[in-house]
Design a binder for this molecule. Structure first.
Ligand code: SF4
Length: 428
């Protein structure tokens, strides 16, 4: 009888991609998805520690599996991802019911574990890694990161940047398309640093070109870009290649040069401004999303106000805002975490309020326009999909639209999503 598995995932798109690959690899070994997590033979927790809240969730999940292990000692519990650092003895002592700890992206290690038959139990794809949306697939192109942002634990856990060879990426993308994907997102912690470690030093523009003409592939995205590494050559490729979506995920993190310096980001606010200018010049209508950390050690009211002014000036299509939390082992964790929690919460709220207004105004301009939507899946009584600029669109229609391109006229535009009605014939 087949063994069953379940994978619980938290964190970034890289973790989602790892979990999808892990699920595929386990199924290739003959494992089947378990109908309930507690009844799986192999339980995999793919963890994240980028924020304290994510680490707390992962720790809670691991603890909750103690009772599963007690009831069914044959259950195999594997913890992988960024929670697994250098101090394995401490993890083993803290979680004696866990059978194996595997480094981030160590899908091969998981397969080996499963193959040895130690494995036993698992099945809740929280965050929907595997086939949550078969239409839009993630393909990692680069693991790790060569930057040393002072607050970041990812680089400590995932190590230096390692690029995957282009033929391997093309093969992975081809497999995803053959399985029904119409959109591929190329993933890397710092995706625009791709290739510097490979013979001949290809770059991400070369990867875009290499997968561009795959039959059946309609859209290509990439994330996350680092402002110091996003080259004019890559911007030109986005402008030139019709399948590449005009959307950039470009974390600024703060709008004050001193804070950026203490974060170790390697660019100034003016550098960032000029980069956005080049993107908007070369790719008119491009959407730009960013990340902001509020309450970094020493961030004054004045410095925070500069971040707010920059958000007002640049008018991003999305801002992912997080309150700073020190991560053990990082350089910033040795600085005094001196912005009180209530100030961090207020700054975070201020960013969210500002962004709600700005993106409401940006999206409002789409009302009455027809946009191309790649339909991903049904959502309650509606279809859900995205524009090329990554705007979420819902519409009602009796036909099966999954995996098709719809022309949708926008009838209502809010800050977080758009509503519309479908206009002529589906493609695909
Ligand atoms: S660019 Fe900075 S924040 Fe992003 S993964 Fe690398 S070190 Fe971390």
């Amino acid at each position: 009888m087949s063994k069953s598995y379940t994978i619980w995932t938290i964190g970034c798109q890289m973790n989602l991609a790892d979990s999808r690959q892990a699920a595929e690899a386990l199924e290739a070994l003959g494992y089947i998805a378990a109908p309930a997590a507690e009844r799986a033979d192999l339980i995999v927790l793919n963890t994240c520690v980028v924020r304290q809240s994510a680490e707390d969730k992962a720790a809670g999940r691991i603890q909750s599996l103690k009772s599963v292990k007690r009831r069914r000692p044959s259950t195999s519990i594997v913890v992988m991802g960024c929670l697994v650092g250098d101090d394995l003895p401490a993890l083993r002592q803290r979680y004696p019911h866990v059978d194996a700890f595997l480094r981030p992206s160590d899908v091969a290690g998981l397969v080996e574990h499963a193959r040895r038959g130690i494995a036993e139990d698992l099945a809740c794809l929280e965050g929907a890694p595997r086939n949550a949306c078969p239409v839009a697939a993630y393909v990692p192109v680069m693991l790790g990161c060569d930057h040393h942002c002072t607050y970041c634990i990812v680089t400590l856990r995932r190590g230096p940047g390692r690029s995957l060879p282009i033929p391997q990426i093309v093969e992975e993308a081809g497999k995803a398309v053959a399985a029904g994907a119409r959109e591929i997102t190329l993933l890397g912690q710092n995706v625009d640093d791709y290739g510097h470690d490979l013979p001949g030093e290809p770059d991400l523009a070369d990867v875009l070109r290499a997968i561009h003409d795959l039959d059946g592939l309609w859209r290509i995205r990439f994330l996350t870009s680092h402002p110091a590494d996003l080259s004019d050559r890559l911007i030109a490729a986005v402008a030139e290649l019709p399948k590449v979506c005009p959307h950039f995920e470009l974390p600024i993190q703060a709008g004050d040069d001193l804070v950026l310096k203490r974060m170790g980001r390697g660019y100034t606010v003016d550098d960032y401004r000029r980069l956005v200018g080049r993107i908007r010049h070369s790719v008119p209508g491009a959407s730009i999303a960013t990340d902001v950390i509020v309450g970094f050690p020493g961030e004054s009211d004045e410095q925070f106000k500069r971040t707010m002014s920059l958000l007002e000036e640049i008018r991003f299509d999305a801002v992912h805002v997080a309150a700073y939390s020190p991560r053990p082992g990082t350089a910033a964790s040795r600085l005094a975490d001196d912005v009180p929690p209530e100030v961090k919460a207020a700054r975070r709220q201020a960013v969210e309020d500002l962004q709600e207004r700005i993106v409401g105004e940006i999206n409002g301009q789409l009302a009455g326009q027809a946009v191309e939507v790649l339909v991903e899946e049904p959502h309650k009584v509606r279809w859900k999909g995205r524009t090329r600029t990554n705007k979420l669109v819902f519409f009602e229609h009796p036909d099966d639209w999954q995996g098709k391109l719809a022309q949708v006229r926008i009838t209502w535009a809010g800050p977080w999503s758009l509503l519309g009605e479908v206009t002529p014939a589906p493609r695909g």
